[in-house]
Ligand binder design. Sequence first.
Ligand code: AMP
Length: 215
Amino acid sequence: MRIIFLGPPGAGKGTQAKLICKKYNLPQISPGDILRQAKKENTPLGRQAQSYMDQGLLVPDDVILGIVSERIRRPDCEAGYVLDGFPRTIAQANALEDMLQELNLGIDFVLLLELSEAELVKRLSGRRVCETCGEEFHIKYKPPHTPGICDRCGENLIQRSDANVEAVKKRFIEYREKTSPLVYYYEKRNKLRHISGDGNIQEIFTRVQQALKAG
Ligand code: AMP
């Protein structure tokens, strides 16, 4: 099964992608996670992406396509995968279509998580991430047992470097201008499923599973 999670920043794509991957034993492919790891390790890729990410801007298509095309060709992707945060532009979606055609494959579902901008801002501002293991929390919706400390590894929780007001504004603008045209793109291909991103993690996961069952 090959699934794409689409939706604005803060809609819960990463959280739902992780749950689907666990349930169906699929790899999660998130260029954002790959780039954050590269930044942490200070690799050339990380240094190249850093200023775009910190400003809330999309990283250039050729960089992202290099990451994804290498990743989806690995053996663990044979049975499928969940794309979280990719594609984010029409050029990326066209390139994905070409890559898949080459492999004689297609996308099965595009799940669009929808939420009001006011709620998205609340989600983004409460988000905390472990600076060591990357586990994600939310001060209200998924609080750690001890405030500021990761449940998994005991290290400090921080805010993402693109969680400041200016970067968040830019991320919304980038979404509206460059990513939201993908809604129509996948609607036309009859792949799109609209899912309300309202409610708690489990409620949303139930809707996601229903959308996949509905075929
Ligand atoms: P995310 O974790 O998916 O919110 O991504 C964090 C940041 O990584 C984005 O704001 C972009 O700077 C960059 N990024 C992630 N995925 C993409 C993509 N498909 N295209 C361009 N930039 C991306």
